[in-house]
Design a protein around this ligand. Structure first.
Ligand code: EPZ
Length: 424
């Protein structure tokens, strides 16, 4: 098993290219199930979660070709040979549930394993199921699987979500493209990944209006065709690397980054003392010698502060002058990075869904480990600023969502490398 070794204290200077968004790509790939023609995705990220989605789609009979060293994915679902998404794949990655809507819409049947809980919370899929039932699907839960049928095809309906769900909005958006009549999604998620999916579906021939707002209207069509679609930039990778010069000092240009993808987060970063500047190629972030200031953060659905940047922001605030309050409103158990940051000298108190961070003057390197993707990268960020050596174990979490993290950061002058445990 690999670890990441960081020797802190280096100011950063350079450019970091932002990859295509993992969470957009994980919804775009299942969209290929809606048509018998190939869907080509360009600007795809090279990540283990993307490979897991490829394996899942192949298990359903799709052909997935990875071209240009994984930058381009061509997904072909001429026919869906198997309608069963197996537990062994689904348990590895919750986004697997996104094959349910498309299979049901195209062939009127699907059997998908229930994902179960995960490290950051219970994460049920009841809203996905409620929405599909509203479109006329008959669902039965048996042996840990959802058995779904719509023998006469899906029918458009009004689906009102009691809480905002990214995944449920994506599943319903895809399913509704081939349903008879009009579907209205009320209280829909507004994340850039939803907008990207809607654009791709429209290029495939779908009729969709209102993406990026809380009300999306979809007029079902009889069939969709293939298309070529570029995956939107990864706003969470962008935000993560915006934090690197903020915590370590220096100046980094995020190539392909756009402020509007992370506006709420960018405002907080500026309030904490970083300087942001739009450039032709993207976005530049710098911080001089002054100390970071404390800020309060509350996570919320887009356009609010993203839960997927909460751990990384906490790493920065451990070094702020003053006391910061963080409130996690999306997932009930997303502070596992706090005890690890504490091992590096941070002062953090967690009470349920809230954390109080009292800034310290310095962090010290330590051996740490993380139980999820964003937690692991928060420890790397802390390591960039810490005195001495930080070794982050369980790097497989990181590889799910960050492409070549050690290369991207060392190109800016960070001392960071990947080591195998045997050499450790
Ligand atoms: C997506 O997960 C992302 N994953 C997550 O990114 C992200 O943290 C999350 O959205 C919130 O922004 C992908 O896009 C693949 P939700 P998703 O449905 O769709 C509750 C990362 O680090 N809920 O918007 O699963 C749920 O428990 C990951 O890249 C229900 O109660 O999130 C949560 O509290 C982690 N019933 C809230 O809604 C449901 O049926 C929002 O979840 C569905 C969700």
């Amino acid at each position: 098993m690999d670890s990441i070794l960081v020797r802190g204290g280096r100011r950063l200077k350079g450019r970091i290219p932002i990859s295509g968004a993992k969470n957009a790509c994980l919804a775009l790939m299942p969209a290929a199930l809606l048509t018998d023609e190939p869907l080509t995705l360009t600007n795809a990220p090279r990540l283990s979660d993307i490979r897991t989605m490829s394996v899942l789609l192949e298990s359903l009979g799709c052909e997935v070709a990875s071209l240009q060293a994984g930058r381009v994915l061509v997904v072909g679902a001429q026919t869906i040979a198997s309608h069963v998404a197996d537990y062994d794949i689904v348990r590895k990655m919750r986004a697997s549930i996104l094959v349910l809507g498309p299979m049901l819409a195209r062939d009127g049947r699907a059997v998908v394993s229930l994902p179960g809980g995960c490290a950051i919370g219970a994460r049920p899929v009841d809203l996905h199921l409620m929405g599909l039932e509203r479109l006329g699907a008959e669902l039965e839960l048996r042996d840990g699987y959802v058995h779904a049928q719509a023998p006469g095809g899906l029918k458009g309906a009004v689906v009102e979500f009691p809480i905002v769900s990214v995944g449920a909005t994506e599943n319903l958006l895809m399913a509704a493209t081939l349903a008879r009549g009009t579907t209205v999604l009320v209280n829909a998620a507004r994340e850039p990944e939803i907008v990207d999916l809607a654009r791709c579906l429209r290029a495939m021939g779908a009729r969709i209006e209102g993406e990026g707002t809380g009300r999306i209207e979809i007029e079902g069509v009889a069939r969709l065709r293939g298309a070529t679609h570029p995956v939107v930039a990864d706003r969470i990778e962008l935000g993560t690397y915006m934090l690197a010069p903020a915590i370590a000092g220096g100046e980094v240009e995020l190539v392909g980054g756009r402020r509007e993808l992370v506006a709420a987060f960018a405002d907080k970063l500026e309030a904490a003392g970083a300087t942001l500047e739009d450039t032709e190629a993207g976005l530049k972030v710098s911080r001089g010698n002054g100390r970071i200031g404390a800020v309060d953060v509350e996570t919320a659905p887009f356009p609010g502060f993203p839960t997927d940047l909460q751990a990384q922001m906490m790493a920065l605030l451990t070094l702020a002058e003053g006391v910061s309050h963080l409130e996690e409103r999306i997932f009930e158990n997303r502070f596992m990075h706090a005890p690890e940051l504490t091992r590096m000298g941070a002062r953090i108190e967690v009470h349920g869904g809230a954390a109080t961070v009292t800034g310290v003057e310095r962090l010290r390197g330590a051996r740490v480990m993380a139980t999820d993707l964003r937690a692991s990268v928060s420890l790397i960020l802390a390591g960039l600023a810490a005195e001495g050596e930080t070794r982050v174990a369980r790097v497989y979490h990181l590889d799910r969502g960050y492409e070549r993290v050690e290369e991207k950061l060392s190109a800016c002058g960070a001392e960071i490398e990947r080591v195998s445990e045997r050499a450790a």
